[in-house]
Design a protein around this ligand. Structure first.
Ligand SMILES: *Cc1c(COP(=O)(O)O)cnc(C)c1O
Length: 376
């Protein structure tokens, strides 16, 4: 026998999460998660799942039949899109303007497909002119992949224009909307997005660990026409849909994370109640309030104004400030978490998130007061 470790119950303090995610979770969402667990084929649960699907469709602004929440975090949503659609030997144009574009490359290469990389300076948006030239130079490319909201830098790219270009050149678009969903304008059907994935823990303010994804009819046709089986059994959407597609013939695929799905249902219900456009506006309003305060403290944004994300504010660390010490004081003295810089911006920038439930006045005020006190 190994001795039983002596451990007491884990009781975290209530932090205020203003980093790049996870974001502050709505109290109602936390409450939803603690409701009684029911069987994942229970008729009541199945009815909840039908509602959940329509809520995800609303958040994405799509009628796509193949719209589900993957039972894993945003990274698994990314992988779901790539492994289901891209086959070995195919060519994918991948835009890289931060950390997450590079993860797309890694997904493509692990499939045995070819990633044509388009690099953009960190902190800038993907340039549609560069993308158009690449689409012309690679008429054999099957996909265009890009990150709508680059969380590593705070840059927003023009998904509408990029997806239109992809379609014009016979490519399917794969879009990372992990940080954009619920925080900025996003219209899957209107913009002709073919495959999109998001995450529960950013602007939806749900608990981490779920990834809403949606495939257009063209993406579904591509999946159905595959020559090789999807390399991942768990993420193979042709199998998962057996569980998500109703009509009383739901079959077991994996045990759904029942309670986590209650929380996503509640988070999306709150988003629907607020209204998508109101949520977008609230993120914008809170960003402007924060920007004003940061500006008067002399902090400078990494991203130029026209492509700045309201929900992820990357600012340069001021001269003389100790990155780690400042963040530690914010956490220890104010229970406030802000994000460190990532990749090329590590040690150079802070990332202040205003995501979902976190995008409200008292958070902005606390963040500005705490930063001012710590920096003095
Ligand atoms: C957070 C994030 C991811 C990864 O999501 P996880 O839930 O951490 O796996 C992917 N892309 C972007 C743009 C993100 O911000």
């Amino acid at each position: 026998m190994f001795a039983a470790p002596s451990v007491s119950a884990f009781n975290p303090p209530r932090r205020i999460l203003m980093g790049p995610g996870p974001s502050d979770v709505y109290p109602q969402v936390l409450a939803a998660q603690s409701r009684p667990t029911v069987g994942h084929l229970d008729p009541l649960f199945v009815a909840m799942m039908d509602e959940l699907k329509s809520l995800i469709q609303y958040a994405f602004q799509t009628r796509n039949e193949m719209t589900i929440a993957v039972s894993a975090p945003g990274s698994a949503g990314m992988e779901t899109c790539f492994v289901n659609l891209v086959e070995p030997g195919e060519k994918v144009i991948v835009c890289r303007n931060g950390v997450f574009g590079d993860r797309m490359r890694q997904n493509v290469e692990r499939i045995g497909a070819e990633a044509v990389m388009l690099d953009f300076e960190w902190g800038t948006a993907v340039d549609p002119e560069v993308v158009e030239a690449a689409l012309k130079a690679h008429p054999d490319a099957a996909f265009l992949a890009f990150v709508h909201a680059e969380t590593s830098t705070g840059a927003l790219s023009d998904a509408k224009t990029l997806c239109a270009l992809a379609r014009e050149h016979g490519c399917l678009s794969i879009v990372d909307a992990v940080t954009s969903l619920g925080g900025v304008e996003l219209r899957v059907d209107d913009w002709g997005i073919d495959a999109i994935y998001s995450g529960s823990q950013k602007c939806l303010s749900c608990v981490p660990g779920l990834s809403p994804v949606s495939f257009s009819p063209a993406a579904v046709a591509k999946l159905k026409a595959r020559k090789s089986p999807v390399q991942s059994w768990f993420l193979d959407q042709s199998l998962v849909m057996g569980y998500w597609s109703g009509d009383g013939k739901r079959s077991y695929h994996h045990t759904a994370p029942v309670n986590a799905l209650y929380s996503l249902h509640e988070a999306l219900r709150l988003l629907a109640e607020e209204g998508l456009e109101n949520a977008w506006q609230r993120h914008r309003d809170m960003h402007l309030l924060l920007r004003q305060g940061l500006g008067s403290m002399g902090l400078e944004f990494v991203v130029a104004e026209q492509s700045r994300l309201p929900q992820l504010n990357a600012v340069y660390i001021p001269q003389g400030a100790d990155d780690g010490a400042v963040r530690k004081q914010l956490l220890d003295n104010y229970n406030l978490e802000i994000g460190a810089g990532l990749g090329a911006l590590a040690g150079k920038a802070w990332r202040i998130g205003l995501m979902g439930y976190g995008a409200r006045r008292e958070n902005v005020a606390l963040c500005l007061r705490a930063l001012a006190e710590v920096l003095n």
